[in-house]
Design a protein around this ligand. Structure first.
Ligand SMILES: C[S@@+](CC[C@H](N)C(=O)[O-])C[C@H]1O[C@@H](n2cnc3c(N)ncnc32)[C@H](O)[C@@H]1O
Length: 348
């Protein structure tokens, strides 16, 4: 290697280290391990795209010999894990942004007693329950809240999630949908796409033709775009910053629509009901709707009638749920079945 090339390389490395040093100033000490993990992932990605570019140009490998054709075997589960770590470094631990106002007005539902004092958001896509436990053990997340400040009278916090977990996404795109539609030809639309978990699942587990997220929060839209770009999925997935009530045409053109409780913690009951009605009336015949929780529950959470669904020709489809292998599986219901809060519907 020529001497000047080598010294230019060393200067570049020194400059990069200096920049990292400056960036580190802004990273809290207790998040250094997450930072380190993020940098390592970034390096791995850079290395991978460097190798991919080398493959595309049909030329010689810069390291000298004939370029090696690397088998492009993407393990979707591993990729999802990489995305999860990438996003962890981009949002607060609760994955709720300052621009958001989480609403607690859930009279008559299982969340009736939940409020800002006794409830903490933890994102199932970013942290599985055992990881939340670890964070609590390390003192990074609280487990309890003080009932009357200063005393030892404490109560367990309620945890709520605003994203589907990687395992739930794998169930949806590997087990629920493939037997019912050709995902390769399908447009999947996620109502309220937030971090983009459904979009990533649709591309990696489902290998869908196209995944579209509609998200009303601008910051989340920007984060999804950044993530899709970083993981080279922008060609197949995109996000639109808008209210779903303005998206009837996209809903009409979608073969699969995902409704993961988009409104309960984010909209007033009347707007939630209006949005659900507008969605239902826009769906095309044959469209599959993946809901979590059931549409009955989503409607009743916003004071709508479950019977309305028949008006729109929406019929529930029977699903086979796998049995949990471990008794304390966080996704198991009382009968030991996994993912039973996920439901499937078809528009007739
Ligand atoms: C429970 S999160 C769903 C996350 C994502 N679909 C998933 O399963 O991982 C609901 C999201 O819907 C968004 N949202 C609420 N009302 C909306 C509306 N009218 N139009 C578009 N997005 C909306 C919220 O900002 C929030 O990010």
């Amino acid at each position: 290697m020529p001497r000047d090339k080598s010294s230019a390389g060393i200067s570049a490395v020194l400059r990069a280290v200096q920049s990292i040093d400056e960036i580190m100033e802004g990273v809290p000490r207790d998040m250094w391990s997450e930072f380190e993990e993020g940098v390592r992932k970034l390096m791995a990605d850079k290395q991978r795209s460097f190798e991919e570019e080398g493959e595309d140009d049909g030329g010689e490998d810069v390291r000298g010999g004939k370029k090696q054709r690397l088998a492009q075997v993407v393990n979707p589960y591993e990729k999802m894990q990489e995305i999860k770590f990438f996003l962890r470094s981009r949002v607060p631990m609760e994955a709720v942004l300052p621009s958001e106002n989480i609403l607690y007005e859930h009279k008559g539902t299982e969340f009736e007693s939940y409020n800002t004092v006794n409830t903490l958001s933890v994102d199932d896509f970013l942290y599985e329950m055992h990881e939340v436990d670890e964070l609590c053990d390390e003192g990074k997340l609280p487990r309890h809240y003080c009932k009357d400040c200063g005393s030892r009278s404490v109560e367990k916090l309620n945890f709520i999630t605003h994203s589907l977990s990687i395992r739930e996404l794998e169930f949806v795109f590997n087990s629920v949908l493939p037997t019912r539609c050709k995902l390769k030809d399908a447009t999947v639309l996620d109502v309220g796409s937030r971090l983009g978990a459904v979009l990533f699942g649709a591309c990696l587990f489902g290998d869908v033709k196209e995944a579209i997220g509609i998200e009303v929060n601008k910051e989340f839209c920007e984060l999804q775009e950044e993530t899709l770009k970083a993981f080279k999925m922008s060609g197949r997935a995109r996000v639109i910053c808008d209210d779903i009530r303005n998206s009837s045409e996209l809903l009409r053109l979608s073969q699969v629509v995902v409704l993961h409780n988009p409104f309960q913690f984010f909209s007033s009951k009347p707007s939630a009901l209006e949005a659900l009605r507008s969605i239902f009336s826009s769906l095309s015949k044959g469209c599959l709707v993946v809901a979590c929780p059931s549409l009955d529950e989503q409607l009743s959470n916003c004071d709508g009638a479950a019977s309305e669904m028949s008006k729109y020709g929406i019929e529930e489809q029977k699903l086979q749920y796998p049995e949990a292998e471990e008794e304390d599986d966080e996704h198991a219901d009382d009968d030991g079945l996994l993912f039973s809060n996920i439901r499937l519907y078809k528009v007739s």
